[in-house]
Design a protein around this ligand. Sequence first.
Ligand code: SF4
Length: 437
Amino acid sequence: AKIVTDVVCPFCGTLCDDLEVKVTDDDKQILEVYNACVIGTEKFLHSQAKDRLKVPMKQDEEGNWSEVSINEAVEYTAQMLAKAKKPLMYGWSSTNCEAQSIGGEIAELCGAVVDNTATVCHGTTLIAVQDVGVPSCTLGEVKNRADRIIFWGCNPAHAHPRHMSRYSIFPRGFFTGKGHKARKMIVVDPRTTDTAKMADIHMQLEQGRDYELLSALRVALRGAPLPEKVAGIPRETIIDAAETLKSGRFVVIFFGMGVTQSLSKNHNIDIAIMLTKDLNEHTKAAIMPMRGHYNVTGSGEVLGWQFGYPFSVDLSRGFARYNPGDSSSNDLLRRDEVDAVFVLGSDPGAHFPISSVKKIANLPSVCVDPHYTPTTAVCKLHMPVAFVGVEVGGCTYRMDAVPIHARKVVDAPEGMLTDEEFLKMVLKRIKEIKGVA
Ligand code: SF4
């Protein structure tokens, strides 16, 4: 056996790049995963599952599944996308940037809407950033400089398990030699999460009243009068939190879906960014979304450089339009505006509202994923592929928008295509069907 070092974990947006994986000498099997958290380890071990789907499967009208060849899978996908008037190409967050860019090319050629998982998580963040800009930083700067950390509407203890130990709370950095002893941690969450239990100040606000509490913190920073309670939090606690932040050398606000998907949505992030701006009048401050899928940031970057917009890009008129709420996946599905669905690197079957999932079930549809997922159950074709970050490398973007090259650790099962290879075959076939050079 041998050890592969400097492996990047392809699970969450923390993209830990210090993993070591013990593999057999023939590069076929993973024996042990070191340094990863429990969910990261599972991602590697899952690729070794004995019951892993290895051949494409097609569902007939009666709901019976049968094996098809890779060429048949390519043909079905290419015909579906080429013939559709307005296909939806959704997902992209659990694959590499190389595959994402081919997906964009196909979308442009077919007049598709291309959307990623930000549409149901940090899309509101992206809208807010377009509204008011964003003072941000890298996770390296957090480790080396930050001494005041806020986790707002997120629970890294469970969702990003090594975030606190690698970057935000525990590590000793260049200017943070005392590690967690010199850091103050504020958690804003209606629930008493495991992250909240570790906080110096836990502001257990009333559900959905983030905007008011963010406003109150801005008021407190200015030293202006506050009512007795805001969002269920006593005035003294708000003032204490504001003073704690002001007294720091470097404040970072990390925020998650508890605030991006609660009442006020992008306006919550607008004002959180304005709070960060206000804090910069007293000290240094930055703000960063806790991105979930390991390369959802990459999908936004790739769509950004291809079409100018980070998600919900409608190419059906031959040029890029962007209007979240109109050109976003669930809105299109709900209004019956798409006539085919292509899913890669995500699982809308598990995460979209049931009304949208039912719409997918009634359309020609393809699911490209290493796993058999709830999306598979409602799609007409499932194309299994290699695990990115385990069986194929590629470019990925961490939550702070730093690109990191993921490494291949073991070989994919024989004959298994990567996302990129499959998409290239589909693109080639679509060009033939459409008679494009
Ligand atoms: Fe992987 Fe995230 Fe765990 Fe790091 S924190 S090992 S990136 S799942």
